[in-house]
Every structure is written in C-alpha cells, then in structure tokens.
Design a protein around this ligand. Structure first.
Ligand SMILES: Nc1ncnc2c1ncn2[C@@H]1O[C@H](COP(=O)(O)OP(=O)(O)O)[C@@H](O)[C@H]1O
Ligand SMILES: [Mg+2]
Length: 303
C-alpha cells in the first residue's frame, strides 16, 4: 500500500484570488478520503487539479505516481470523475450516455455496451436504460454520473458532492454503492458539505475552509480530540448563561440561537445549569464533525 495522490504546497489562483492556499495531503490506496467544507472552500478546485481539468498554479501534485504537469493524459485514463455539476448529454438515453463517454477512452464498442449494462445494474438504473436522461430524477442522474465515471474501470474515483440536493433515500442508495466500490478496492475521493456523509463514509478526511486545510484525521479522532464525546445544546441562551459557563471553565461555543457546551459527561452540566437558571431547554447529543468545524472556524458548515 502506498500513497496514490500526494499534494505538497498546492496552490490555485484565479488571477489574484487564491482558491487553494498551500495545501498538503497524501491519500492511501484503497481508502475513502474526504474533503469536507462549506461552499467556496476550494474542494472542487482541488478535485479539478487532481483530474487534470485545471492546471496547478504552484506546488506539487502527483496522481498514481505521475506528475499532473507531465502526464495528464495517462492520469485521466486511470481515474473516474463524477463532477459536481450535471454534465450528462441531454440528447441521449441513459445507456447511450455511457457508451458515448467510453469513446474518450478508446474502449471497444462491444465491451462498452456490456460494461454500460453491468454498471446500470450496479447503480440500479437498468429499468431506465432506454429512457432519455431528461426524463429521469435528480437522484438517478447522480447515479448515472457515477456509473459513467466507472466506465474506464478507474483505480481512483472522484465524487464531487455526490448527494447534494438529494432526498435521504436517494442519498442512502449512493452511500451503499460507494461502500461497495471501496470493498472492491477502488480508492475514493469524496467532497461534501454534509458532515454526516463524511463521518459515515470517510476513513480519513481534511476539513477545508477558505482554500486552506484546517485539520486532518479520522472522523472519530477529530471529534474526540477537538470536542470530546458529548455536547449540551441550550436554546435561547442569555449573556448571563454564557458568562456563567465561562466562569466554570467549560469548553463552549455560542451561535445565534444556541449555547453549546462540550464535555465528556454532560449530565452534571445540565443539572448545574437547571439549578442555576431554572427551566432551560437542553438537549444532550453526541459530538459531530459539525461541532469540530464550528469550534475551529467559528462558523457553520451550511449557513
Ligand atoms: N474558474 C474560476 N474563476 C474564478 N474563481 C473561481 C473559479 N472556480 C472557482 N472559483 C472560486 O474559488 C473558490 C473555491 O471554489 P470551489 O473550489 O468551487 O469551492 P467548493 O467546491 O469548495 O464549493 C470560490 O470562491 C469560487 O468562487
Ligand atoms: Mg464544489
């Protein structure tokens, strides 16, 4: 096992604007690696540099042992890309979208036809095989884009926001397929602004914000190290409550409508707060990556 994608000091500028700001990461073979962050963090820009759709401004980036500046064609042949934006061909059927795409990779027509059928089966789209893509649902389009990304049997699969805007059922189906691909040994790069998606699917991830990597690690480790295990959420906090929490030395964060207190065991905290402030509405829940992001940046992932 070695690193399949390595970035060092990676920068992308659009004129003077720095969209990706000296980031570094190493993605291991066979893992699902996440890029979690709010809109505009630089996730898609990073993906585009990896699949050689956008040149790097400076730094180093190698994919499957090849430098993106030297061997973009070879890299493109070996990776699969499901871009954030739907770029299916509206004039074609579901099946034809796959076979036409196969031509870019010089895949034999007969092989492509069979592979397209297998992938439609895998993504549960067989019923829609001969339907025009205009007439399938948003969730099906996302699945078709993933099927298309698999046409060249890639070693590395890039999924840029695979479930954004989908309902829970459609998201679960995609999550299940991603896990199946992982079991088959495909290295998966996933971008998302859904912390639950990152937490469920990724072995390791980076949290990005404003072009920078804020932190890197395994989801459970990040939550434990940055937050602890539990969070008390209090509705409609007052300045007095916040001052009290501060005076106790409890780790906390205040958002517009909530006071969050982080601790290993929250029962005692709730008791003390109720004793001091009477009937306050509190909820105890497990800490999440959303808490990690809030703690590190002072903002929410989805505004
Ligand atoms: N082609 C471009 N020209 C100018 N600015 C761009 C371009 N592509 C992306 N950006 C800017 O770079 C930043 C990062 O964008 P992007 O990588 O798409 O973020 P994310 O995928 O995390 O939402 C944003 O501020 C975006 O407006
Ligand atoms: Mg994006």
């Amino acid at each position: 096992m070695g690193s399949v994608i390595v970035a060092k000091d990676l920068v992308k500028k659009f004129d003077e604007f720095v969209a990706v700001d000296r980031i570094a990461f190493a993605i291991e073979e066979g893992e699902c690696f996440g890029f979690l962050g709010p809109n505009g963090a630089g996730k898609s820009t990073t993906m585009k540099m990896i699949h050689c759709a956008s040149p790097i401004t400076s730094g180093q980036l190698s994919v499957l042992g090849m430098d993106v500046k030297e061997r973009p064609r070879d890299i493109k042949n070996l990776i699969g890309v499901a871009p954030q934006d739907n770029n299916l061909d509206p004039d074609f059927t579901v099946h034809k979208n796959l076979t036409v795409y196969a031509r870019y990779f010089n895949i034999d027509a007969k092989v492509a036809k069979k592979r397209a059928d297998d992938l439609l089966e895998f993504m549960q789209l067989t019923e829609k095989r001969d339907v025009n893509v205009e007439n399938i649902s948003g969730g099906m389009k996302r699945r078709l884009i993933i099927a298309r990304a698999l046409m060249n049997e890639p070693k590395v699969l890039i999924l840029d926001e695979p479930t954004t805007g989908l309902d829970p059922q459609a998201r679960h189906l995609i999550w299940e397929r991603i896990r199946e691909l992982r079991r088959k040994g495909v290295t998966v790069l996933l971008t998302t602004h859904y912390m639950d998606e990152a937490e469920k699917l990724c072995e390791r991830l980076v949290i990005m914000d404003k072009g920078k990597i804020v932190i890197e690690g395994r989801p459970a480790d990040l939550i434990r190290d940055v937050i602890g295990s539990e969070v008390v959420e209090m509705d409609e906090p007052t300045d007095e409550m916040e001052a009290f929490v501060r005076s106790k030395g409890w780790d906390h964060e205040r958002t517009i409508d909530r006071l969050l207190i982080y601790a290993a065991c929250c029962d005692d905290i709730v008791l003390i707060m109720k004793e001091r402030f009477g009937l306050v509405t509190t909820t105890i829940r497990k800490a999440t990556l959303e808490d990690v992001f809030l703690k590190l940046t002072g903002r929410k992932l989805i505004e």
